[in-house]
Design a protein around this ligand. Sequence first.
Ligand SMILES: C[S@@+](CC[C@H](N)C(=O)[O-])C[C@H]1O[C@@H](n2cnc3c(N)ncnc32)[C@H](O)[C@@H]1O
Length: 266
Amino acid sequence: MAYQLFIIPSATPGCSIYVVIDGGAPKMRVGLTPDAPRLLSCRAVFQTQALSASSHGEGQSILLVGEADFSFSMCVAKSLGQGQNITATSLNTKDEWEKMFSKAKPNIQVLKRLTATVIPRVDATKMAQHPGFKAPNVNATKPTLLKFQRIVFNFPHAGFVKGSNEADEDMISRHQELVSGFLKNAYEMLTEDGEVHVRHHSAEPFKRWKVVDLAKKVGLHFREQKPFNLAAYPHYTPKKGAGNDPDGPLTLHKPSLFRFDQLDQA
Ligand SMILES: C[S@@+](CC[C@H](N)C(=O)[O-])C[C@H]1O[C@@H](n2cnc3c(N)ncnc32)[C@H](O)[C@@H]1O
């Protein structure tokens, strides 16, 4: 491991203190995160994150669902230097994502060059039934369901309803249905040593989705919730993903990474 990166949140929004330790030739650099992408390649950032948070390591099979312009998948593939073990999916069709997102096409080109798999029309609440995740099994009548070591849904959102707002109970229920359906399917598709990652806002009214309770209900074990630092993902641009301006930047409200696994709860 060439680098170790430690990010220390500061009181100034968008600015964190970072410390980089270059293990190859021991030396230390200290600065503010807006400078970090210029000093470190995305790859180094990911290598260090994989170390500290077991986010995405080399050789791990990774399934990404609910992608918008595929910038997160592209960043993961670039950071790993290959996409062989990456399956990136979207609820949209190819025609839809090309119309909705200005960067979807170039991001997918990078993913394909890095040999990642890209699958359209994957509904996260039914994905265990999707034919793209079934492998033929010569010894059994039923095909085998493919399993993944990381299953990731960033900023799930069930879409906008005219006249409603995010604090309405019926909107919260719609979002909860989406997240529960995703978690249930992810549980089925997770390897024994795997983790489900959900990035989600932890401010009101989004915290009322109660993502941790939803995960526990489907049998997943809650590992941790930690602040999500977008600055550490230089090519990732979270998108609204639906409505009048799907390509617009998504406003993050105290974003967190929620990690779940299959360990039995004590
Ligand atoms: C706020 S956007 C976030 C998009 C993307 N993950 C990102 O971080 O930029 C919410 C996304 O959830 C997706 N979505 C909604 N319902 C879904 C479902 N049933 N299965 C898969 N994706 C879904 C939408 O297509 C949209 O892209």
